[in-house]
Design a protein around this ligand. Structure first.
Ligand SMILES: Nc1ncnc2c1ncn2[C@@H]1O[C@H](COP(=O)(O)OP(=O)(O)O)[C@@H](O)[C@H]1O
Ligand SMILES: [Mg+2]
Length: 437
């Protein structure tokens, strides 16, 4: 399983969200860089004027009052003055462009010897050194006195805007997606052989064009299906009725003629009838039979067995556990009996039918002990009108396996022609179970 989402909606939203976050981060960085210098200047101006005022107050005050003055400044402004001592430890400035700007500004205006640190002897705060005559002092300012950093607030607002933008993107993409989803559903329905209701022809131009084309296609297919149904009805009536009459006529002829010729004609008529049957089966519209939601595959197999027993070709039936599944019963019966007919015709007498299921699919297998079909021919034999050379001498249309394949696909399943262990053919039709689709 990959984390990359599969639906168009999720993919588009994810891509847009990534784009928005990247754009937002880029803007934030631009904002920080472009406001760094003005902010540094603002901070250094505040520090400089505090230093200048403090120093001026100290210089002009009478020496006896200096001490109480310092106390007053500390109390009112939070600004403390300390006498510099030898061997102080000063923390190095953080290596951000911001503090380098501030330090350069301080040195430019307060003298090149000015020292600036954020921690002196382990005490944190804004420390700036200044001299009065030959004495050195440190001024300590609490950070709260400086203009505060706004960027955190900007990040907060930015995140909110981002959230709104992503929300908007979800709505927009979902809106664009809606007609597409309707189309997808209709196409899936059509793929299963049903005739979907026309989809709405609105939305953006491309989707409108697509919807219109799809509706046109569905309508054309419906017309084609209807025509085919009409043709089939015509064929089965107009060809099979006279055939039945001929057959009846021959049966009623008196025994004067050669019996073998008569039997030959009867056989030919039966072959023609079987061939017409196959054509009809192949051409019959997939949608002509509706699905039984909880059909029982084993029952279908069991229902077929007596017919073969009567014809002297008893089946070996091995039914396994098969949960109820949606089936078109007549079509499914046709699938199984086509396989059994093939096994009887091409594969000899011993025909086995096996059913069963695993988590994903139910299966029915028909096995015989005949010559089998070489693996490289197997796929080809599923095509209509294809037969192997050995079969040329026997009657048949080459449609049997094509019908089987079509019916399996109609159920969302598949057919495989496999070699049977110990010789023979093993045809396996798999039908997906409801909960696994
Ligand atoms: N059980 C089988 N054993 C051997 N060959 C088979 C078997 N079933 C089908 N075939 C081969 O596959 C070909 C196609 O089968 P099918 O489509 O049913 O056509 P048909 O039975 O009319 O010949 C057959 O002509 C035959 O050569
Ligand atoms: Mg056949």
């Amino acid at each position: 399983m990959t984390l990359w989402p599969q639906t168009l909606l999720a993919r588009s939203v994810l891509l847009i969200a990534i784009l928005l976050v990247l754009a937002h981060l880029a803007w934030l960085q631009i904002f920080r860089v472009s406001t760094r210098e003005p902010r540094a200047r603002q901070v250094s101006q505040q520090i400089i004027s505090t230093v200048n005022l403090t120093r001026a107050a100290l210089v002009t005050a009478e020496p006896s009052k200096r001490y109480s003055l310092l106390g007053e400044i500390a109390e009112r402004e939070g600004v403390q003055v300390h006498v510099a001592q030898p061997g102080e430890t000063l923390a190095p400035l953080p290596k951000t462009g911001f503090y380098e700007f501030v330090e350069a500004d301080l040195r430019g205006q307060l003298g090149a010897a000015t020292k600036f640190t954020l921690a002196r002897n382990g005490v944190e705060g804004i420390w700036v050194s200044f001299d009065i005559d030959s004495d050195s002092f440190w001024m300590l300012m609490p950070e709260s006195r400086l203009a505060s950093d706004e960027s955190l607030r900007w990040i907060g607002w930015g995140a909110l805007v981002l959230l709104l933008a992503v929300g908007g993107a979800v709505l927009i993409v979902a809106r664009i997606n809606r007609p597409l989803r309707a189309l997808t559903q209709a196409a899936a329905q059509m793929g299963r052989g049903a005739t979907p209701a026309p989809v709405d022809e609105n939305g953006p131009t491309e989707i409108r064009t697509l919807s219109r084309a799809f509706n046109q296609m569905a309508a054309d297919r419906k017309a084609l299906d209807d025509e085919r149904a009409l043709l089939l009805a015509g064929v089965s009536h107009d060809l099979r009725t006279p055939l039945a009459r001929i057959r009846l006529g021959i049966e009623m002829l008196d025994d004067k003629g050669d019996a073998s010729i008569r039997d030959g004609i009867v056989q030919d008529i039966e072959d023609i009838d079987a061939a017409i049957n196959q054509f009809l089966d192949f051409a019959r519209a997939a949608s002509s039979e509706s699905e039984t939601p909880d059909a029982n595959l084993n029952e279908l197999v069991a229902a077929l067995a007596p017919k073969y027993a009567r014809a002297g070709k008893p089946l070996i039936v091995q039914t396994g556990e098969v949960p109820p599944l949606p089936l078109r019963k007549l079509a499914m019966q046709r699938l199984i009996s086509n396989l059994i007919d093939n096994a009887c015709k091409h594969g000899g007498n011993e025909v086995t039918v096996v059913t069963g299921s695993d988590n994903h699919a139910a299966f029915v297998e028909v096995l015989d002990r005949g010559p089998g079909i070489p693996l490289e021919q197997a796929e080809h034999m599923l095509q209509p009108f294809t037969r192997m050379d050995a079969a040329r001498s026997t009657s048949g249309t080459g449609l049997g396996l094509a019908i089987v394949d079509r019916i399996a696909k109609m159920h969302g399943g598949s057919v495989r022609l496999l070699p049977r262990e110990g010789g023979g053919l093993r045809v396996r039709a798999e039908l997906p179970l409801k909960n696994s689709i």
